[in-house]
Design a protein around this ligand. Sequence first.
Ligand SMILES: *Cc1c(COP(=O)(O)O)cnc(C)c1O
Length: 217
Amino acid sequence: MTLEVIRSRMAVAAESAGRSASAVTLIAVSKVQPLDRVTAVLEQGQRVFGENKVQEAQGKWPNFRAQFGAVDLHLIGPLQTNKARAAMDLFDAIHTVDRPKLVTTLARLAQDLGRCPHLFVQVNTGAEPQKAGVLPQDTDSLIQAVRDSDLPLSGLMCIPPADADPAPHFAMLRDIAARNGLTGLSMGMSSDFETAIAYGATHIRVGSAIFGERTPA
Ligand SMILES: *Cc1c(COP(=O)(O)O)cnc(C)c1O
């Protein structure tokens, strides 16, 4: 699918939800994609991208930024504390803050560096044991910890269980954000971004619908 088709589907979804299309940021998820496909999307003017691994992103984005200028880069995969500094150097936003230890590390690094990417707290809305994210019942206190550390908190992120109806998960994320006074909602992927927009997504993370299927390495 082309970027243009995704953008028009976003606009239709926003309009039927009574929202402005400009209130939704499209993050093009370029993980594992061949570089020529990423180049093609950059050439179409897309400047917001998502990656799920720090090392993989380090291998391609400095070059792309040198070639294409400023690119807004979002980390959407789990972050280990030993990669936190590298992540803060490379990314403009980190969507996967999910435990107090990571908050402590980010706070210390933010002091050192004098800046910090925009942060999202990842919520494991389906309470899946294998999945990253803070459990719903622990989310308010993690949000408080981020705020107590004076870190820039933009909102919440979730990845609904693979074969469930995503709508209740999007609704849960929206409700947790609302009761905590947060406006950013990173939710919705290739298969469900229109539903996510209906539930208030401000950032959708779309990979395969833009770039084509990822061939496993
Ligand atoms: C890979 C990935 C996406 C994009 O998934 P698609 O189904 O290809 O759109 C979105 N969010 C996260 C966290 C991902 O890891």
